[in-house]
Design a protein around this ligand. Structure first.
Ligand code: GRG
Length: 308
């Protein structure tokens, strides 16, 4: 990427990504402990174990990183950001657990390990996903999330819109329909912006919401949309070029199913050129924050260049 503002990831970025992931995993451990929360009756052992399998199993923790970094950029409360970050990861993990089910993508491997329905069973995987989705909203709304109620309601609303009918779940429905009738380019872009883009966009907007900085919400939303596009394009490229051992999941599935992607429409060279443009666009959006946004600029590059 010769025109990109950076040609390699700094060790500071990589260690920050790792340390945020560890912090989020600590919070997820607490959320998924065997002790019931107030007003819960009991936590069934097998269901809890399946949820833990679906969540505490590696993963880049990119979405939590974006929540924490965008909040930090604007001086948001880091503890509240951590709670929202963990909530978002619960929704991401639920989507992976359900996506892997036989009725959807029918995958045996995720993050290099057996998928939840393989390690447990289909019904338990469905319930694990359901419970993770609910746990996300519990986490934002709970008293431990130290934000004014109005901010929590706004976050719950934005998260609902990103995850539901008009966001990720709707995008998954369009994706399933695309296996029957191939969408045109506009259709592919819409389904991808919903299925993958919506949660990434929320992750970035959430920082402005946590920091109560509405004047920056639009910029971070556009940054999120831009890196969301880059994330999906990189994913489509990896589906063609990477092996399943590196990815920790099956690859080559889009082509095997004849599923149209922007890479199959325009080719790998176009995809790589577009990725470079998207990274530059994302970094340009962050220019007003100057050096304070270096981590987020590097994130754009990381998303485009990722190997798994
Ligand atoms: C079942 C409602 C429902 C939605 C499923 C997210 C999703 C929608 C399906 C996953 C299929 C897929 C491979 C989508 C491409 C992009 C994507 C979400 C990849 C996985 O995200 P990463 O790379 O995964 O951030 P890790 O494991 O690092 O968290």
């Amino acid at each position: 990427m010769p025109h990109s503002p950076m040609t390699e990831l700094s060790t500071q970025f990589l260690s920050r990504l790792k340390s945020h992931a560890a912090t989020v995993e600590g919070e997820l451990e607490r959320l998924l402990s065997s002790t019931p929360f107030a007003d819960e009756i009991a936590r069934p052992e097998r269901l809890l174990s399946a949820m833990r399998h679906g969540v505490l199993n590696g993963g880049k923790r990119l979405r939590p990183f974006l929540v924490m970094e965008t909040a930090a950029l604007l001086g948001g409360n880091p503890t509240a950001a951590l709670r929202v970050a963990a909530a978002l990861e619960c929704i991401h993990c639920y989507s992976l657990v359900h996506d892997d089910l036989p009725a959807m993508d029918n995958d045996d491997l995720r993050r290099g390990q057996p998928t939840v329905h393989i390690a447990y069973d289909d019904a338990t995987a469905i319930l694990a996903g359901d419970s993770l989705l609910t746990l996300a909203f519990d986490t934002v709304a709970a008293p431990q999330t130290a934000l004014p109620d109005a901010q929590k309601v706004a976050l719950v609303l934005a998260l609902s819109r990103a995850a539901g009918l008009g966001g990720m779940a709707g995008g998954q429905a369009l994706d399933l329909a695309a296996e029957v009738t191939a969408p045109d380019e506009a259709g592919i872009r819409t389904l991808q912006s919903m299925k993958t883009g919506a949660l990434i966009r929320f992750a970035c907007e959430a920082g402005a919401m946590i920091a109560d900085a509405p004047q920056h919400r639009h910029t971070l939303r556009r940054y999120g949309e831009t890196i969301g596009l880059a994330f999906q394009l990189a994913d489509d490229l990896l589906d063609v070029t990477a092996d399943s051992a590196t990815m920790g999941k099956a690859t080559g599935k889009d082509a095997a199913r004849g599923k149209g992607t922007l890479v199959s429409l325009h080719g790998e060279a176009w995809a790589r050129q577009t990725l470079e443009t998207l990274v530059n666009d994302a970094c340009a959006l962050l220019e007003p924050f100057a050096g304070k946004a270096d981590m987020l600029k590097q994130t754009a590059y990381f998303v485009a260049e990722r190997r798994n």
